[in-house]
Design a protein around this ligand. Structure first.
Ligand code: ADP
Ligand code: MG
Length: 816
């Protein structure tokens, strides 16, 4: 809170008297100045002879002024400022009997004669009654300083109200307070007044008692006048809550009735009275010193602790509060010296500059609660405003998952060029957009690295040992080209350059890419990969050509999408990853998901094929053995025959040659072997046909698996969703790349449309159309002819089919 520089305000109040020294005291017309004239010879030696008249300028002269007007002039503003947080101090200074107590407390007999304290209490409670925003609590205390001893005038523990040795003035960061001084909460004006009046009664009684008990000599001026300083304090605590403005304001009003300021010489006191007067004068002269010090801007140390009074008043005088002084003077010529002294004091007070500040504190917990409440209110306010301007969809809550997904989709479309701009809806949306862009950039970085790793066997170009080892192993040739896989059945047999720097072999790469354009894009998956688990990184699984084709496809996609009007994101859009996975990874996924059935058929066919091949080789081996056996037997029979011829042949009565048992057994064995050989040979022939047939089925399955995968890969990761919709059954265009049978049965116009579509939306672009079409047709043709011929072969040997093919045939699975 910025402090505004202020001056201490000082007023003079003249006690009405019939014996007013008109010649000596004169008031200015504006009622703000007072002139004192003293005749030189009025009283020799007392008044400085060199000066006979003085002029004092003050903030107001209260002469013949009612208590009400005095209050309004002196205290009203200060009290009202205390209600908004400024501390305030009003002091009545003057000689005994000049009307300090009358001004400060007034008389309890008549309402209209009540002084500043009861009026201030009234003003505070009236303000509380009228306040709506704040919750105000009021407390009071009443301190007496008598002969440098502190007394609690409202103490309930010490009935007499006499000094409590436990009491002490304590400095703390929040200000000065009197330890041990009771502070009483008062919820009504009456409560406060009761305490005040009770204290006053007690005070006077003690005073009187003191006079009797402590044998205090009757004061020459006024026996009832207090020779102590009395400080009545009103503590105000206001808690404000206006929206998020939760403030706690603490202020206090010190209303001080100072002890008489008369000088010792005048009172003519002795003994105890002299001691009292000395104390009083000491504390007042310290007060005066302090005031002089406060008025001097060069002074940095103010000796507040010199006396109890100045110490207690430390934060009530020292600059940060509103301070008002009332100099009570008597109008009689007799008291002109004291009057002069009081006016001097008042004028000096006016020199003090103060900078009152509002004593405000904030409760963090309360502030948080209030801020939360205000946020809710503001949201409601905004929602109302949005409704009025038809922006009902705007929300101010954190984004939901659906909204975030929507933003993601928008960003992807924006990056692809499908939409020109992203509409700004609200701050949260803008923040989310930036967040998503950041994520995309990170993903792209990873993707590029992954793509490089999958494309190249990255070897540190300075790692000569690894390069040499790779060369030795034949992974790379001397020109650092990865050796292609030498598998006749591979679709993806190719050579891929390995270079530490991607693009280092730019020329070659482009050439390869262009070559691929001519040849058409081939599947990147080899036959071996179909069976094998994921290849290791060192195995080159995706060729430069594939990547180039994919890149081109993507670029062309973007170009095509550019022409399309923007559409809201579909669910597929939201589920699709921002970058396609590598083909080997995707292929594993495909085999488990969409391609699981084809893969199963493929595997089953392959296992049947293997079983047949195994059987075939067993049968072939057996035939060979039989053949050898037969030859052996034939040799033995020949030997037998020669032996028979040498010994002479026996013929029976019918002329049949008689052979011995050994030869007979050999002949029988040979016959059996021949039979076995024939059946084995027949089985082998059947198996060969079956193997051929199965081989074709396996090939067909392999082709289908790869082709279906290519389509699935394109549809899942490359072709924009809206194109896919058109390709779906019931859509504008029917998919035709694979399954082949669907292409073949397309109507002519549909076929045309499909071809047109292929030219524009195929993942590898128009250049790959011819390749795909040709590949499909040839595959189909080959499969068809091979299957037919093997079936023909099987049909030619019905007997064998019964034995082998028929029982095995149905176990082969057809994939169409
Ligand atoms: P102090 O407290 O300065 O010693 P008091 O306030 O006790 O003086 O005043 C002494 C007497 O003068 C009291 O009886 C008081 O009622 C009376 N008195 C003082 N000032 C006025 C005034 N302005 N109008 C009427 N009576 C007054
Ligand atoms: Mg008094």
């Amino acid at each position: 809170m910025d402090a505004v520089e202020k001056k201490v305000r000082a007023f003079v109040r003249v006690k009405p008297t019939a014996d007013f020294a008109q010649d000596m005291i004169k008031f200015g017309r504006d009622n703000k100045s007072i002139d004192i004239y003293i005749k030189k010879d009025a009283k020799k030696g007392v008044v400085n002879n060199r000066q006979t008249d003085w002029s004092f300028r003050l903030d107001g002269v209260l002469h013949n002024t009612s208590q009400e007007l005095a209050y309004e002039t002196v205290a009203k503003k200060l009290v009202s400022e205390a209600l908004v947080g400024y501390n305030g101090t009003i002091m009545c200074y003057g000689q005994t009997g000049a009307g300090k107590t009358y001004t400060m407390t007034g008389t309890t007999a008549e309402y209209k004669h009540r002084g500043i304290i009861p009026r201030a209490i009234q003003q505070v409670f009236k303000a509380i009654a009228h306040s709506v925003d704040s919750f105000i609590t009021v407390r009071i205390s009443y301190l007496e300083i008598y002969n440098e001893t502190l007394s609690d005038l409202l103490s309930t523990t010490t009935s007499s109200g006499t000094s409590d040795t436990q009491m002490a003035v304590v400095d703390c960061p929040q200000g000065v307070y009197v330890k041990g001084l009771s502070i009483h909460s008062v919820s009504h004006e009456e409560d406060a007044l009761n305490l005040l009046f009770e204290a006053r009664e007690t005070h006077i009684t003690i005073d009187l008692m003191g006079e009797t008990n402590r044998v205090i000599a009757e004061h020459t001026l006024n026996k009832n006048s207090s020779r102590s300083h009395c400080i009545f304090t009103i503590y105000i605590e206001s808690r404000f809550r206006v929206f998020s403005d939760v403030r706690c304001i603490n202020s206090k009003i010190n209303l001080i009735d100072l002890a008489g300021s008369e000088r010792l010489s005048k009172t003519g006191s002795e003994g105890q009275v002299l001691k009292e007067a000395t104390y009083i004068n000491k504390s007042l002269s310290f007060l005066e010193q302090i005031i002089i010090a406060l008025a001097d801007p060069r002074r940095d140390h103010i000796p507040f602790r010199q006396s109890k009074l100045t110490h207690v008043l430390k934060d009530s005088l020292g600059g940060k509060c509103n301070t008002v002084l009332v100099a009570n003077i008597c109008g009689e010529a007799l008291h002109v010296e004291e009057t002069l002294s009081s006016l001097r004091f008042a004028t000096r007070m006016k020199w003090i500059t103060t900078e009152p500040v509002i004593n405000v504190t904030c409760d963090p917990e309360e502030t948080v609660k209030a801020l939360e409440k205000e946020i809710i209110l503001l949201k409601q306010e905004l929602a109302m405003h949005d409704n009025l301007v038809n922006r009902s969809l705007v929300t101010y809550d954190p984004l939901t998952d659906v909204q975030i997904a929507e933003i993601k989709s928008q960003i992807h479309k924006y990056l692809q060029g499908a939409i020109d701009e992203i509409d700004i809806m609200n701050i949260r949306q803008v923040q989310e957009v930036f967040k998503q862009f950041k994520l995309i950039v990170r993903q792209q970085e990873h993707e590029v690295e992954a793509r490089l790793r999958s494309k190249y066997a990255l070897i540190d170009k300075n790692d000569f040992a690894t390069i040499a080892a790779a060369q030795k192993a034949g992974v790379i040739d001397v020109d650092r080209y990865l050796m292609g896989e030498k598998d006749g059945q591979d679709f993806g047999t190719r050579t891929t350059p390995i270079s530490p720097k991607p693009g280092g072999k730019k020329k070659k790469s482009r050439k390869s890419s262009e070559q691929s354009k001519k040849e058409g894009t081939r599947s990147c998956l080899s036959g071996r990969e179909l069976d094998a688990p994921l290849p290791s990184k060192s195995q080159v699984t995706i060729s430069t050509r594939d990547l180039d084709v994919k890149e081109r496809a993507r670029n062309e996609d973007t170009a095509n999408i550019d022409a399309q009007p923007s559409k809201p994101a579909s669910v597929e859009d939201l589920q699709r990853p921002s970058s396609p996975p590598s083909k080997p990874v995707a292929f594993e996924q495909f085999k488990e998901e969409c391609g699981s059935e084809i893969n199963r058929i493929f595997k089953e066919n392959k296992s049947i094929l293997l079983a047949r091949k195994k059987r075939s080789s067993t049968v072939a081996r057996r035939i060979n053995i039989i053949k050898h056996e037969m030859e052996d037997i034939k040799k033995a029979l020949e030997a037998q025959r020669q032996e028979r011829c040498q010994q002479g042949e026996y013929v029976d009565e019918k002329g049949h040659l008689i052979i011995d048992e050994k030869e007979f057994l050999l002949i029988m064995k040979l016959k059996d072997l021949k039979e076995e050989h024939r059946s084995g040979y027949a089985e082998l022939q059947d198996l060969k046909a079956e193997i051929q047939y199965c081989q074709h089925l396996v090939d067909q399955c392999r082709n289908k698996l790869v082709s279906e995968f290519e389509i699935w890969y394109s549809e899942s990761f490359l072709i924009p969703t809206y194109v896919q919709k058109a390709l779906k059954p019931g859509g504008n265009i029917r998919p035709g790349m694979i399954p082949i049978n669907r292409v073949m049965c397309l109507e002519e116009d549909e076929q045309d449309r499909f071809e047109r579509m292929q030219e524009t939306v195929l993942p590898a672009g128009p250049d790959s159309v011819s390749f795909y079409k040709a590949k499909m047709k040839i595959d189909q043709k080959h499969t068809y002819t091979r299957t037919m011929s093997s079936l023909e072969q099987m049909r030619k040997k019905p007997g064998h089919i019964t034995a082998t093919g028929k029982s095995k045939g149905p176990s082969c699975l057809h994939v169409t």
